[in-house]
Design a protein around this ligand. Structure first.
Ligand code: BGC
Length: 417
């Protein structure tokens, strides 16, 4: 009874404060990088939710997949003493901002709503610092997916590849038929996203952990790492000549339109297929990168709430509550291509790829096959990640052969630490 009254009192206080916020024109200012068609459609689910509660939304979009540009803008805003209310963040970046003392403590909301019981440990490690919840997890994405145009594969007699060798053969068949085998955008974060899956296939889960999480020089310098770079060279040979600098969603559009067979990309790509009214299993296929069928390399979008003067504000609390509500977790992630950050959300509204994503995530967590994505800031901190990006991109663009890339990787990681 007492705790019910307390919860009710907090709820009433929040509602009153939120109403006041509406009345005096304040709301939430949200910095994010969800600017593609599919991403914007998902964001509208969140905007609509808050607007329905009478909370205003000031949009601060910073284009650039993976969020590097958004993080640069954020740094400038914080330095100027003008942090946005809520900011999309990933992995180690969240921990860094918390350690700088920049984030509000969300425990009043998180404890009342029992986040500890429904958010998996793999996410909590990037959402809680010293016992304080500092961000609200929106979803779980994963990077080791391949997206394929079904008609293109059927026309060329290509079945879903099970192994790297099958995949290489499929690329050859498409090239011979005059179809661009792989749609890719040559931007460092996209090269690194592809590398997540390729490295997992070549190194295996233990090698991935040793190289990207433990930063073990032996794993970084292994023959398996050289094999990963060799596979990247095969992928480089199968992209079209205009790949350089292309945005990821334009690469997805090439697969949607049948100009290319495959794209290796995180499951935000599914948002683009859905936004173009394409149906999984009919128009497009989703499958784990060959050789990584048992693994999930994940990243989770979260909203960090920047400290606005000691306490979490009523609007920030309302935003956090909205994000964690089971109905929002389903509605948003169905559109976004990701899967819920809560373990207790039904898969009923998800399509076949979403259902597979949810099942894969649960199985990988259970079997110890869930790994943070290096490319999306969940394996190591930004300085190391950026050092890895440089080497991966330089190799992809032919500056280094695979052997040199391995040596450069060891050195770059050593310097970055
Ligand atoms: C984010 C996704 C986003 C993608 C492309 C990733 O880092 O986690 O939410 O859709 O970048 O912008």
């Amino acid at each position: 009874m007492r705790s019910y009254m307390k919860t009710t009192a907090i709820a009433l206080a929040l509602t009153a404060a939120a109403g006041a916020a509406k009345a005096d024109g304040h709301g939430v200012e949200v910095l994010h990088w969800w600017t593609s068609g599919g991403e914007a459609a998902a964001l509208n689910v969140l905007k609509g939710d808050l607007e329905g509660q009478g909370i205003g939304w000031t949009d601060m979009p910073v284009a650039g997949g993976g969020g590097e540009q958004a993080m640069t803008v954020l740094r400038a805003r914080v330095t100027a003493g003008n942090a946005p209310t809520a900011v999309q963040g990933l992995g180690f970046d969240i921990i860094d901002w918390a350690n700088e003392g920049a984030l509000a403590n969300l425990n009043s909301v998180a404890i009342a709503e029992g986040w500890d019981d429904v958010i998996p440990a793999a996410l909590q490690q990037f959402a809680k610092v010293d016992g304080a919840w500092v961000s609200a997890p929106v979803n779980v994405h994963s990077t080791n997916w391949v997206w394929a145009n079904k008609a293109v594969l059927d026309a060329n007699g290509i079945a879903v590849p099970e192994t790297w060798e099958d995949f290489a053969a499929a690329l050859e068949a498409l090239a011979a038929a005059g179809v661009t085998p792989i749609a890719h955008g040559g931007q460092p974060w996209q090269d690194a996203t592809v590398f997540d899956a390729v490295a997992m296939s070549a190194l295996g889960p233990d090698g991935y952990q040793a190289a990207f999480v433990d930063l073990d020089p032996e794993a970084l310098g292994s023959d398996a790492m050289k094999e990963a770079f060799d596979r990247m060279a095969v992928i480089r040979a199968n992209v079209d000549e205009n790949f350089s600098g292309r945005d990821w969603n334009l690469a997805t559009a090439m697969v949607i339109n049948g100009e290319a067979g495959f794209q290796m990309m995180g499951d935000w790509a599914k948002g683009e297929f859905l936004n173009a009214d394409k149906v999984p299993g009919e128009d497009f296929l989703c499958f784990r990168f060959p050789g990584t069928q048992d693994q999930v390399t994940f990243n989770a979008d979260q909203f960090m709430m920047f400290d606005q003067g000691g306490e979490v504000s009523a609007e920030q609390a309302a935003l956090a509550t909205a994000i964690l509500s089971p109905s929002f977790q389903s509605a948003f992630n169905v559109v976004k291509g990701s899967v819920p950050a809560r373990t207790d959300v039904s898969n009923a509204d998800f399509d076949a790829c979403g259902k597979q994503g949810m099942a894969d995530l649960a199985a990988a967590a259970e079997s110890g096959n869930l790994y943070g994505s290096m490319a999306h800031g969940h394996a190591n901190e930004a300085s190391v990640k950026n050092a890895m990006y440089d080497v991966i991109t330089a190799h992809f663009n032919g500056e280094f052969d695979s052997e040199t890339a391995v040596d450069e990787l060891i050195t770059a990681v050593e310097i970055a630490q």
